[in-house]
Design a protein. Sequence first.
Length: 187
Amino acid sequence: MALDLTVGGSSSDSYVAVTTLMEYIESVYGDNASTFLDLETSALELRLKLSALLMNTFPYRGVKASRNQRLEFPRWWRTDDEYDFIIDDEDYILDYSDIEENAPTIPAEVNYAQMEIAYQTINHMLSLDPLAFPEKEIKSFELGGSLALEFFGTQASNSMSKASISSLDIIYVYLGKWYKRISGGVV
């Protein structure tokens, strides 16, 4: 169950390798993450794959660098100076390897966000026994203006609540630059 880390690949399933994940989690969380760091390589790969898939569900600004890439990054931004062209259906590149110059890359913050999601969200979901503690079963996970992880019966965190800062807020900080904010109103 090896990871496919190909940038812009059609079968890519992670932005970071297991070794990078372990180094990051150990440096940030230290002894508090010993149970996580003791997991088998296949279990860590699963957490990385699920976190990348979860990241694919978020709305981002710009478009994927190529039509056939599986993950959301790398991306073209229509407003970036170095990518000063408009991408339309005729110009949309099918394969990332066809990009000859100024190819977009995966920002480090995306890697950090994936590792945080793998550790904080996916690991928590996979390690729960909902029958033992039904109040700790995850009801919803939201990313945006009010980043929240909500359990049945209680709300764990919400960045918009009174002086409440969650460890999940770091994910929003990492992805905030690329995250598309949708607003609307009654017309």
